[in-house]
Design a protein around this ligand. Structure first.
Ligand code: MLT
Length: 328
């Protein structure tokens, strides 16, 4: 039976699932130095979240025993999937398990922006009753621009429509019929999305193409007024990946008032270094990358990744293998 390293924690039921199948589970964070010294050569599988980084140098030191890398979550930007494929190691993830939780966090951030919930709470903790300063706007009647239109964005879009928002999307990989079925306007150019929408939410992967896709030039295009003339200001939410927004440009836009509010769950550098000025801005609020941090999502993530890892250990191909196209 296999020896499986679980380095960033996992739901207890998933650990039981692996152990009941006869596998030995070692639940312990492994420091980078130990990984570089070949700590993975003692394991048949490793399951990580985002804290453990598996770049080429570490994968090359893993030896012949390692048969599968599991990412308990969606994003695999902490794993060099090409190096893994070179070493003949499938990388599997759990892409569907956290969808609902991320949808709900995104909508929470959007509502918190427009009704100043974090700012009002900060004031109350200082015994302030800032009723007049907390006039917000409704979601109803505003244009929401979704960058990327996968499962999470489609869920956010459906809820936004229930609130009376008009939903626009930019996703160069989306078949036009999906946008039509979802009753959204598909933009061919990301710039027209920014020109049309006062509210932007990000739902794409981070890669060379999306690095700083939200920058000063694009923020400058945002209209600040809804189609019916309400001066609702511009609002930006990101619960996808850090690095898609240029955080320097976002801070400048908050300082100038071009962006009325911003809420991020993900950052260019995580954990965010102390003294970061964006975090301190009164019209900013953030969460420490908690999109998938619900009991329900973590139970599903654990179960899905345990099944995917066991499938590979059984000599089968898991349907969530992210580097199957690279494996020889
Ligand atoms: C994911 O990619 O699954 C989420 O961002 C959550 C995480 O990284 O822990």
């Amino acid at each position: 039976m296999a020896r499986i390293a679980v380095t960033d924690g996992m739901a207890p039921d998933a650990v039981v699932l692996l152990e009941r199948a006869g596998h030995e589970v070692v639940l312990d964070f492994i420091e980078e130095d130990a990984l570089l010294d070949g700590a993975l050569s003692d394991f048949d599988a490793i399951i990580v979240r985002s804290a453990t980084k598996l770049p080429q140098e570490i994968i090359e030191k893993s030896g012949d025993r390692l048969k599968v890398i599991g990412r308990a979550g969606v994003g695999v930007d902490n794993i060099d999937i090409h190096a893994a494929a070179q070493a003949g190691i499938p990388v599997v993830n759990a892409p569907r398990a956290s969808t609902q939780s991320v949808i709900e966090l995104t909508v929470g951030h959007l509502l918190s922006c427009l009704r100043h919930i974090p700012r009002a709470d900060r004031g109350m903790r200082q015994d302030k009753w800032e009723k007049k300063a907390m006039k917000g706007t409704e979601l109803s009647g505003k244009n929401l621009g979704l960058i990327g239109f996968g499962r999470i964005a489609q869920g956010v879009g459906s809820i936004a429509q229930l609130f009376g928002m008009e939903v626009h999307t930019y996703d160069p990989y989306l078949p036009a019929k999906v946008a039509k079925v979802q009753n959204t306007t598909l933009h061919k150019k990301v710039d027209t999305l920014f020109q049309t929408c006062t509210h932007i939410s990000i739902h794409c992967n981070f890669n060379d193409e999306t690095h700083h896709l939200v920058n000063a030039e694009r923020i400058a295009l945002m209209p600040g007024k809804s189609p019916d003339g309400i001066p609702c200001g511009n609002h930006i939410v990101n619960c996808a990946r850090g690095g898609i927004i240029d955080e320097v440009a976002l801070l400048e836009a908050l300082e100038s008032g071009k962006v009325a509010s911003a809420a991020l769950d993900v950052f260019e550098v995580e954990p965010v270094p102390a003294g970061n000025k964006l975090i301190q801005h009164p019209h900013f609020h953030g969460t420490p990358h908690i999109g998938a941090a619900t009991l329900e999502a973590q139970a599903r993530v654990g179960r899905d990744i345990a099944h995917a890892v066991m499938a590979v250990l059984d000599g089968k191909e898991a349907d969530t293998t992210v580097n199957s196209h690279l494996l020889k």
